[in-house]
Ligand binder design. Structure first.
Ligand SMILES: *Cc1c(COP(=O)(O)O)cnc(C)c1O
Length: 427
């Protein structure tokens, strides 16, 4: 038995499914996940010493590549001064200021410890602020694992949702209206019927949890207009896209300003952190200023904050995002060409430093379209690439991530390996 397989067997004895987050278990692609020992730049190495070019990047945070020396130094220095105090620190103020300076919509911001906490808190805040119960989300968008967000569309148009997880009472899902991503008419119909009862709309302004799906022209503007008209709070969940698609997230790319924004992933540089922020008049409803309760023993953790500050500073380098986007474009174009040469129905898309691979003929615009991808072809491709040292996300329904450490040589080697993997599909 290989060392990875041994470790997985051992993990499964004590950890449910052998993992601490389900997609890591390789259930959708099959096989045994490599156990990772270390990373540096664009590479990770597993327990057997095998090197991989990594396009998971810890599911988004590793925008600088793994173990960037400046970030590691900042973490070591912060750790040496104590891991947590449960009291205010200057560094957390600095990170809050950095977020507010960079994102046009953020006047005030609170730090939490994960993306799930950020979205859960933002929704409670929107409900507390508006005094309304109903929320709108979109099929295929993931906002963490809070009860009211693990909901799929009910049967029929404009019915409230059903839980997607056992353990969520249907009553908890009953306030969540689930619409199709990019369905402008659906949004307008929902507001026409329920507008005065809707506390908020939460959306991934570029969706990255059903593979990569971009908003169609007018979609985000419709959300903005309808929320403004009916007094609902527009929440951009930029946990994935924040500092990933550009220096100001999707809001910077589109000029559409949400009322609240949720962040995590890149802003912690690989440490556990999250944040939610936005309009001052809304944020003033949070305890201790207002009646919406929200708290966290480790919120604003000094070590996580140090990693976040060091990461954001490096993103300020002139040309950072131009270079990141150029590398991602090279990858995506190279993969498309390689698939075409092999005669495999495939396309790919990217926004900033995130990308989608689709085993279908055209770029999808909704979960329904993503779901028609050839998942069997993806799974074969995934394993063929992994066996040759390229680590893509282990599911046809996840986005991929390029770091600034993925230089031309790394991208070219990836495309060559992908070419071999595509060719193998034909057999
Ligand atoms: C990852 C993610 C979350 C959840 O963040 P966690 O830190 O895993 O809790 C929420 N929203 C989006 C858009 C995400 O990509």
């Amino acid at each position: 038995m290989t060392r990875n397989a041994e470790l997985f067997e051992r993990a499964c004895r004590t950890i449910p499914g052998g993992v601490n987050s389900p997609v890591r278990a390789f259930r959708s692609v099959g096989g045994t996940p490599p156990f990772i020992r270390r990373g540096a730049g664009p590479y990770i190495w597993d327990a057997e010493g095998t090197q991989y070019i990594d396009y998971v990047g810890s599911w988004g945070p590793a925008i600088l590549g793994h173990a960037h020396p400046d970030v590691i130094r900042a973490v070591q220095a912060a750790a040496a001064d104590g891991l947590s105090f449960g009291a205010p620190t200057e560094a957390e103020v600095e990170l809050a200021e950095m977020l507010a300076q960079r994102l046009p919509s953020i006047e005030q911001v609170r730090l939490v410890s994960s993306g799930t906490e950020a979205t859960m808190s933002a929704i409670r805040l929107a409900r507390g602020f508006t005094g309304r119960a109903k929320i709108v989300k979109f099929e295929g968008c993931y906002h963490g694992h809070a009860d009211s967000l693990l909901v799929k569309a009910g049967s029929g148009l404009l019915t409230f949702g059903n839980p997607t997880s056992a353990g969520v009472p249907p009553e908890f899902a009953a306030h969540t209206l689930v619409l199709d991503y990019n369905d402008i008419a659906g949004v307008e119909a929902a507001f026409k019927q329920y507008g005065d009862e809707i506390a908020c709309v939460i959306v991934e302004p570029v969706a990255g949890n059903m593979n990569l799906v971009q908003p169609v022209p007018g979609f985000l503007q419709t959300l903005r207009d309808q929320c403004t008209r009916y007094g609902a709070v527009l929440i951009f969940d930029e946990v994935m896209t924040g500092f990933r698609v550009g220096p100001q997230g999707v809001q910077g790319r589109t000029g559409i300003v949400p009322d609240l924004t949720t962040l995590a992933k890149v802003i912690g540089g690989g440490m556990p952190i999250g944040a939610f922020g936005g309009r001052r008049d809304i944020m003033a409803h949070i305890a201790p200023l207002g009646p919406v309760y929200q708290a966290g023993t480790l919120s604003g953790n000094p070590v996580a904050v140090a990693a976040g500050i060091a990461t954001l500073r490096l993103l300020d380098e002139p040309g950072f995002y131009e270079r990141l986007e150029a590398q991602t474009r090279k990858l995506v174009e190279g993969l498309r060409n390689a698939a075409a040469r092999a005669g495999v129905p495939f396309t790919a898309d990217h926004v900033g430093g995130m990308f989608g691979l689709y085993f279908r003929d055209s770029v999808p615009t909704s979960l329904a379209e993503v779901s028609t991808s050839d998942t069997q072809a993806f799974n074969q491709f995934f394993h063929a690439a992994l066996a040759r040292g390229v680590n893509f996300a282990p599911s046809a329904f996840e986005a991929g991530f390029v770091s600034i450490a993925h230089d031309d040589d790394v991208i070219e080697r990836t495309i060559a390996i992908a070419g071999e993997a595509f060719a193998e599909l034909k057999r």
